[in-house]
Every structure is written in C-alpha cells, then in structure tokens.
Design a protein around this ligand. Structure first.
Ligand SMILES: [Zn+2]
Length: 273
C-alpha cells in the first residue's frame, strides 16, 4: 500500500471519527453488472430503440408502464444472477468494525450491499432498490418486494397477463412501479434518505468514494460537504473523475486508480490492525 494512503488511514484511526462510504456502478461492475447507462441499457420496444435516459423516467412509465416494467424485470434478473465481490464484503467488515461511526451511501439499485451483509439501518440506497416496488399512486409510503412468483426474464420476455396481476399495489390494487429514482424525479428522505445523507456528510471525517463518476447531484453534494468540513477523501476509481479532483484539493486526499475489489480488503485490514 502506498505510504500516502497509509498516512491518511493512520490519521483517521487516531481521529476516532466517522467514516462514510459512497459507492457507484464501478463496484457492481466488478460483479459483472453493466451500468445500464451505456449501450447495455438500450431497450427495444417494437421497432424503436430507447436510451436508458428515456426508459428510466416517470414520463415513460406513464406512457408505457409494462415496457418500463419489462426493462426493470430484465435488469433485476441480471442483478439477481450477480454475486457480491470482495469489495462488497470488505464494506460489511468495515460496518462491523465502526458500527455507528459507519455509513454507506450507494447509488446502486442492485441490492448487492444488502446481500453481502450491510444493514438497511446504515445503508442509504439513494436511488432505490430494483428488488422492490411501490404504489404508482402513492396511496402509502410502503415498499414491497417484487413478487417472487415472477420468473427470471431475458431481453425478449414479455409480461404475461398473470404477471400483470402481480404487479399491483397490495393496498389499493393500482399499478405498482419499480422502487427506483427516475431521471425526472427528485431525491427525498422517505424513500431515498436524502436528508440523512446530507447530515452524515456533514459529520464525515473520512469519505471513501468507490466506483462513482459523480454524475448525479447528491453524491457531489456529499463530496463538497466533506471538503468544506476538512475531512479526508480517498477516491477509488480506475478513471479520473470529479472526486479525484476533490481528493487533490483536501489536505488528506488520495486517488487510487484501480480495482475496489483489490484495495478495499487492504484498507480494511489496515484499519483493523
Ligand atoms: Zn396503492
């Protein structure tokens, strides 16, 4: 491990402060899950090809609810077949070491952090979770698992009438929707822990950014708040990105340009030694 990275981790250990981990598509890519923002996310309906930025919208859901559901059921199948990797498991260990001093903010909707063993209490899924659904009319704030009776779907599957009957709100019978944040929707506390994320960011002494390029606004706000507080930032990403820029600007900053599955277990070993 690089001595600069060791120095930051040593400083953090002595500070007895709070650690926040911010994860994005990069950590799941190491489990084989595509980002769905690029060509892997294109979706064909009839003769037309849609981009993820069109599919992942409430607007499209209102126009073609079952096409949007079909896309999400396919993606859910891809996620279900993937397995958490050594990076995910390292973050479970990190939670077990630091407990209430630990917080995980994830942009990933695949649920892999929870499957690895992180707790829902300390895992803020700021873009939702593809394994859940909620009422499209918001008759309550409740979220429900996508019915397990719906079988795995491939790219050419089409939702059957029986499956349509399962994709409803258990309370009022209206159509359900995937429990994810769409491009034309806003963050909030009740579904996405927006306020909690901001509060945690303000209390963060060490921010570990893993595999995110900062394309959405809440992660950037979290980074900026940690910079303002004078916290340390370790950015783990094979590419240069806005967080590596932030890591350069703070006193205790480091950009690890490589795989999270390799460096996270090393970081955890160092912190628990
Ligand atoms: Zn309802």
């Amino acid at each position: 491990m690089d001595s600069r990275l060791e120095d930051i981790l040593k400083w953090f250990k002595d500070s007895r402060g709070n650690i926040t981990v911010l994860t994005g598509a990069g950590i799941s890519a190491e489990s084989g899950i595509p980002t769905f923002r690029g060509k892997d996310g294109y979706w064909t309906v009839g003769s037309k090809e849609y981009h993820p930025q069109e599919m992942a919208t409430f607007r499209m859901f209102k126009l073609r609810p079952y096409d949007v559901w079909q896309w999400y059921l396919y993606r859910k199948t891809v996620c279900a077949r993937a397995k958490p990797n050594s990076g995910h498991f390292a973050l479970v260990e990190l939670e077990n070491i630091f407990m209430e001093r630990f917080c995980l903010i994830t942009q990933n909707v695949d649920g892999l952090h929870l499957r690895a063993g992180n707790t829902t209490e300390r895992t803020y899924q700021i873009h939702g979770n593809i394994n859940f659904m909620r009422c499209s009319r918001e008759c309550s704030d409740e979220i429900f698992p996508v019915p397990p009776e719906i079988p795995p779907q491939d790219k050419t599957s089409r939702i059957s009438e029986e499956e349509k009957r399962l994709l409803v709100c258990p309370h009022c019978g209206a159509l359900s929707r995937p429990h994810v944040l769409w491009f034309d929707e806003c963050y909030n506390e009740k579904y996405f822990r927006f306020d909690s994320s901001i509060r945690k960011a303000k209390e963060t002494d060490l921010l570990l950014v893993v595999g995110t390029s900062g394309a959405t606004n809440l992660p950037m706000q979290v980074g900026s708040l940690v910079v303002r507080k004078g916290g340390a930032i370790i950015d783990i990403n094979p590419e240069i990105n806005p967080f590596s820029g932030m890591a350069e600007r703070v006193k205790n900053g480091y950009h690890y340009q490589g795989s999270s599955g390799e460096i996270l277990p090393e970081i955890v070993d160092f912190l628990k030694a």
